[in-house]
Design a protein around this ligand. Structure first.
Ligand code: DC
Length: 239
């Protein structure tokens, strides 16, 4: 396959063949704005593996629900939305919802907050489970999220928990938004991030926490290159 991290090309899980179920998985979990997405994509590219951005599925569910006027506190209807998401992941990394390119729309802070709110519902999580597992296929998968190592791929070959101080994560998010021309205030971002951390870590279903045996990597004072190198070193060291 090409060196690009390709989100699985099917938008729905394929019936898992024995081969697909045996494909190795490297999970990268961690809090909001810890840089998981960037690191996971770089690691996937280096290994020539597929890449799953599980947060995108929660964001897509939030966007679809918001557009359909479904309350973020209505677990049953939200689970229905999640179970019937007309999602498409393109080989070039673009994400579609019912044919519309929503790659940028799902990155909106309001959609991210909505995703964090609906992610507390067990029915929503269950509805997205098969979809996420369908991304596992040879030669391997790098999956990023909150519960990749704990719930979705408990048999992953390497589980990484990527973290960084709240201040440095807020700072990184601030720079990203400014670069995109979106105005944002650091104190507000920091507060949102703390609230999301608290909600993601305290929910009763699949709370954000390092998986047993996870490699906990604090990237506060590391560059992206250094962080990627540490994950790849750890992978090589495992043989
Ligand atoms: O990684 P992200 O910021 O795109 O995720 C958005 C929200 O989705 C996050 O606040 C919590 C939820 N989420 C989750 O509960 N489990 C995952 N595996 C990924 C994301």
């Amino acid at each position: 396959m090409s060196g690009d991290p390709t989100p699985a090309d099917a938008s729905r899980p394929v019936p898992a063949s024995i081969d697909a179920r045996r494909a190795p998985v490297l999970t990268l979990d961690g809090p909001t704005a810890s840089g998981k997405g960037t690191i996971a994509q770089r690691v996937a590219r280096s290994l020539g593996w597929h890449y799953l951005d599980s947060g995108a599925l929660y964001r897509l569910t939030a966007l679809a629900a918001l557009r359909a006027g479904v309350s973020l506190d209505d677990p049953e209807r939200l689970a229905q939305v999640a179970a019937t998401l007309p999602v498409g992941f393109e080989a070039d990394g673009r994400i579609r919802l019912g044919g519309e390119d929503v790659t940028d729309a799902i990155r909106d802070e309001a959609v991210g907050n909505g995703a964090s709110r609906l992610a507390v519902h067990a029915g929503v999580r269950a509805a997205l489970l098969g979809l996420q597992r369908g991304f596992r296929r040879p030669p391997g998968l790098v999956a990023d999220g909150r519960d990749m190592g704990t719930v979705v791929f408990p048999d992953a070959s390497l589980k990484v928990f990527l973290t960084a101080s709240a201040a440095s994560r807020a700072d990184r998010r601030h720079k990203q938004l400014i670069e995109k021309g979106i105005s944002a205030k650091l104190p507000g971002l920091l507060q949102d991030l703390r609230e999301r951390d608290a909600r993601d870590a305290s929910r009763s279903v699949a709370p954000l926490a390092p998986a047993e045996g996870a490699y906990v990597l604090d990237s506060t004072s590391l560059t992206v290159d250094e962080t990627v190198a540490k994950v790849l070193d750890r992978w090589s060291a495992q043989g």
